[in-house]
Design a protein around this ligand. Sequence first.
Ligand SMILES: [Fe+2]
Length: 393
Amino acid sequence: MLDYQRRGSVPAKHHITHRRPDGAGVYYEECFTRQGFDGAFSILYHAFATTDDTETVKSSRGWPAPVSVEPQDETVRRRLFDGNKIPVGGCMVDSRIAMLFCSDLVILLARPTQSDDVYFSNGDGDELVYVYGGKGRLESSFGWLPFQTGDYVWVPKGVIHRWHLEGEGHAFLVMEARKELRIPKQFRNASGQLRMDAPYCHRDFVRPEGAAWEPSMGESGPCTVVYKVRDRFSQRTMPHHPLDIVGWDGNVYPVAFPIGKYQPKTGLVHLPPTSHLTFAGEGFVVCSFVPRIVDFHPEAIPCPYPHTNVDCDEVLLYLDGNFTSRKGVGPGCMSLHPMGVPHGPHPGAYERSIGAQTTTELAVMIDTFAPLAITANALALETREYHDSWAPR
Ligand SMILES: [Fe+2]
């Protein structure tokens, strides 16, 4: 969670009366807390009771839970999946396709064409969504959050929301953390501020503004909220609008971070991928590779060195620019390099990079510390010859 924010009408202290201006009773407090009551929290004020569901049933909405289909006798190898071939259509709450997963993270792709027609909250974990096509607004209890191509959108666990799409060409990489996502602790000083040597600052983040519900809208019910817990989709019907918020404050709310605001580092010689760290979760990290000046030692080799990263599975979503270390890999492709299998630049790329001064590559990398299982969706999109594309010709 990022920093403290306050919107709308809140009383002078927590847990005291917040009277309606018309004198007809009080607003209802909702304490939205992480880590029990030890972590970050926000407090929201509802016009109507938060627990007055009239019906709770199994939902037909949502996306299939990830299932591994990799046979035990399958070779463990470098893989490439063409994300451009996933089905297009539907809305965000229904159209996500699980590609890879482990106990800490599910990696999904989505190419919806319609705005969500139902409210949704993910009770299984924080969502970090990288938008690599399209724009729109995220509607939530905390207000309206605009997003566009190149933004990470961080939707905390349990936040009721809808994705509103504007225009065409939407493409999303969804990282569903099974535990809390965080700003890496080394990016903060003792006061909780982002340090001056962090790769981004507080001003870089986009926060929700305005209100999704106004008192003039009244109850605006009944309304259905779909929710996911333990990969099971249920839905509850409320007699009123679910985003009936008159004010909130705290540190838990959705934010967007434009990848173009990421401040890359350059070294005398090639810096390890950790220098591209952007977000961290339990058991995984997310890194941003953005256009930058490369290493400046006169004999530097700017291309990534071959490496054997024995404790991580590495996923890269290629987005734009010239990927100096790979050939035959274009925007929208996703590679998986499993732990224990060496990898590095394609033949010739290492030598060709000598003398380069800049790179235009744009990519998002996810490293997991638990092995990733592969779904049938991913296998159907696999470029089978990828592993052998390093072989001498
Ligand atoms: Fe790597």
